[in-house]
Design a protein around this ligand. Sequence first.
Ligand code: NAI
Ligand code: MG
Length: 333
Amino acid sequence: MKTVTLIKGDGIGPEVVDSAVRVLSAAGAEFEWEERYAGVAAVERGEDVLPESTLESFRRTRVMLKGPLTTPIGKGFRSVNVALRKEFDLFANVRPSKSLVPGGRYEGVDLIVVRENTEGLYAGIEHYVDRRKNYAESITIVSREASERVIDYAFDLAAARPRRRLTLVHKANILKYTSGLFLEVGREMAARRTDIEFDDRIIDAMAMQLILDPRRFDVIVTTNMFGDILSDLCAGLVGGLGLAPASNIGLDAAMFEAVHGSAPDIAGKGVANPGAVIQAAALLCAHVGEAEAGRRVQQAVERVIVRGDVRTPDLGGKATTAEFTDAVVREIS
Ligand code: NAI
Ligand code: MG
């Protein structure tokens, strides 16, 4: 039996992660879950924000299902998510957005945002130049090596999809060296990958075009912060954060989670939509060779959402987390 490191996370984390674990078990994907702690939950247990026992488990299992972690805003410890992505070199953050809710704002959207996950403006090189004058700076990092591997990953992803399209998003007109390098690498690779229809967009124009007509996009690849923002935008196009899963892929390790955070405003109320984490769990299945179970889980979520009688409040329904989970489990069995 495959061992998987499990972090339930903060806020709604434990509610939605427990739901995903139940659904996987119903689909016959049996894992040995090794529960570990990180972030606020670890600190409350008197441990480090990212305890050695968590790192040790992930180093061994190489696969993790993770609930959202609360990151203090503007002060306190650095993001544990960012630390995990860097420590295990999880270079590609892959975020699919597909229209499931009929009659929603957009139908027929089926795109994937691939976000560079290890550098950019989130490299954490930030400091006060002069605290008394209230002057701070932050440095963005773009390397050819990291750009090549994430763009290469995006090309391969596009090659496996029917439309075979890749759009690279940048701001090379202003950030000529950093964003410019990312674009240069993409264009060089595109010249060799003639099997893929490649184009590029400037980030601000891209935000507008995604709202006007998201259907024309297939795979999108971009740097860390643009990808963070665009993937939430894309989640909004297809019904919100409750339905948006993410995989963090490295050469020899992978972490699966929801795009959303710990949602403190609804934590503990039993109404969070577990759809995002359940779909992340389906991606995990595919990653560890349980593709059939992954497909069944994904299809079950889609059928329950499309049918529409059991939806959580974020999708306009009245169902609780448990009721939605029950419906998905019934759909599988
Ligand atoms: P959030 O994603 O937690 O919440 C934004 C809004 O979406 C809230 O109104 C929330 O109720 C709603 N929402 C999110 N997930 C939902 C779900 N499954 N079902 C129904 N409604 C849902 O973003 P926010 O409030 O900015 O961040 C809260 C905390 O989460 C912060 O500490 C942030 O750093 C952290 N965070 C962690 C992430 C991770 O661990 N990967 C990702 C994003 C944020
Ligand atoms: Mg985000």
